[in-house]
Design a protein around this ligand. Sequence first.
Ligand SMILES: [Zn+2]
Ligand SMILES: [Zn+2]
Length: 101
Amino acid sequence: MLYRPYALALRDPRWRKKRFLILAEHRYKCDDCSLRRAGLEVHHIEYIEGRAPWDYSSDYFAVLCRNCHARRHFPVNPDEHQACLFSDPELSPLLQKPYAA
Ligand SMILES: [Zn+2]
Ligand SMILES: [Zn+2]
């Protein structure tokens, strides 16, 4: 089982901070196509049972644009995309001002 209240966890300031760190480490570029664009999503490569999203090391994440993100999930295992709750388009407008408080 995944840590269930993920929708809530993704609104946690600890995750927002972690997410910015991940995006900064990847230089705000898609890992697969190297494009910089708004709407980058953080893809979670592997889950560990019971672990909060901010308690993973950066190795567990990829930064992908929406197209590449979809390509990673589909058509290999369409169900997996629902499990990747780390993609959070709702927060992507923040990308345009990565250093805003
Ligand atoms: Zn891409
Ligand atoms: Zn994903």
